[in-house]
Ligand binder design. Structure first.
Ligand code: PAF
Length: 299
């Protein structure tokens, strides 16, 4: 069955009100479309927890730094709806820009702290755009639960902080990054890679996993980061915007691996900016009867 597409917030609210009368719980999966297996894994996770699943599709102009990047962003609504239908998504909310930001729109949601550094340093205003639209999507859908990918790990922190600070009654779940068989993290931007770039792209993930393994075995953070940065450039990437070890809990920079962490990267391959991150756990002290090695989980 086709997924009903709703474009107006008033109609969305009427549908949600009916579901509420039926006693249903509601999940939302915010997306900008160009759906891939990563998005579909979020929809499946949402179905495990909620009676009704709304997928949103809105290419949010406020979170793009460059007009060219916004114009080049893939728009594939028909294919997206076709991918959602077999999963049984209850509604695709796809407002246009004037529905989301009517004339006179003047409000920005800005999250300090976790939005600074990393992508925030290279994409000024990006997380203001994300926080503003996600706050609106939460309020428009009135959902109980929301699902986001861990590939955008800083975004996940920004959304969690914003939700807590604004007392929006919604529970946020982060879901593991989905990867191609060769390790490349799925991204709507991967379609922009040339064939040669696509062959080089997975080296980013393999370098990250190797660096994470060495860190978890106690190698010095600054040395591993500078070696991994050099390896990314040697693999054909043109520029490494950042490669940093941050605390998993609050994204604070970590000069030493003394708590669960993430190694996060943004790098340019030709004209495409790719981001990725992996979990890094400090080596665990051996305990009586169980000499555990550091656990490095692929995610
Ligand atoms: O991750 C994305 O696709 C977007 O940043 C989001 C969360 C849908 C907001 O536009």
């Amino acid at each position: 069955m086709n997924v009903p597409i709703v474009r107006a917030v008033a109609q969305l609210r009427m549908t949600v009100a009916q579901w509420r009368r039926e006693g249903a719980s509601i999940a939302v999966v915010p997306t900008m479309g160009a759906l891939h297996e990563g998005h579909l894994s979020l929809v499946r996770a949402a179905f495990e927890k909620a009676d009704r699943v709304i997928v949103t599709l809105f290419v949010n102009p406020k979170q793009f730094n460059s007009a060219a990047d916004l114009a080049a962003y893939p728009r594939t609504e028909e294919e997206d709806a076709a991918k959602l239908a077999p999963l049984g998504a209850h509604l695709l909310y796809a407002p246009d820009a004037t529905e989301m930001y009517p004339n006179g729109f003047a409000t920005t949601v800005s999250v300090a702290g976790v939005s600074e550094g990393l992508c925030g340093a290279f994409r000024p205003g990006h997380f203001d755009g994300v926080a503003t639209v996600v706050a609106k999507l939460f309020l428009q859908t009135g959902a109980d639960l929301a699902f986001f990918g861990e590939k955008d790990f800083q975004q996940l922190h920004v959304v969690r902080r914003m939700t807590r600070d604004l007392d929006i009654p919604i529970s946020i779940t982060g879901c593991p990054t989905v990867r191609e068989a060769d390790g490349l993290a799925l991204s709507s931007r991967n379609v922009r890679l040339t064939q040669a770039e696509r062959r080089a792209a997975p080296k980013l993930a393999s370098i990250l996993f190797e660096a994470a393994r060495q860190l978890s075995e106690g190698a010095p953070v600054s040395q591993i980061i500078s070696e991994a940065r050099a390896a990314i450039l040697a693999a054909g990437y043109a520029q490494v915007e950042y490669l940093e070890l941050r605390a998993e809990e609050n994204l604070e920079p970590l000069p030493a691996l003394d708590q669960p962490a993430r190694l996060l990267v943004a790098a340019w391959l030709g004209g495409t900016r790719l981001i990725d991150n992996v979990k890094v756990l400090p080596e665990q002290a051996p305990t009586a009867g169980c000499g555990m090695r550091a656990q490095l989980r692929r995610d």
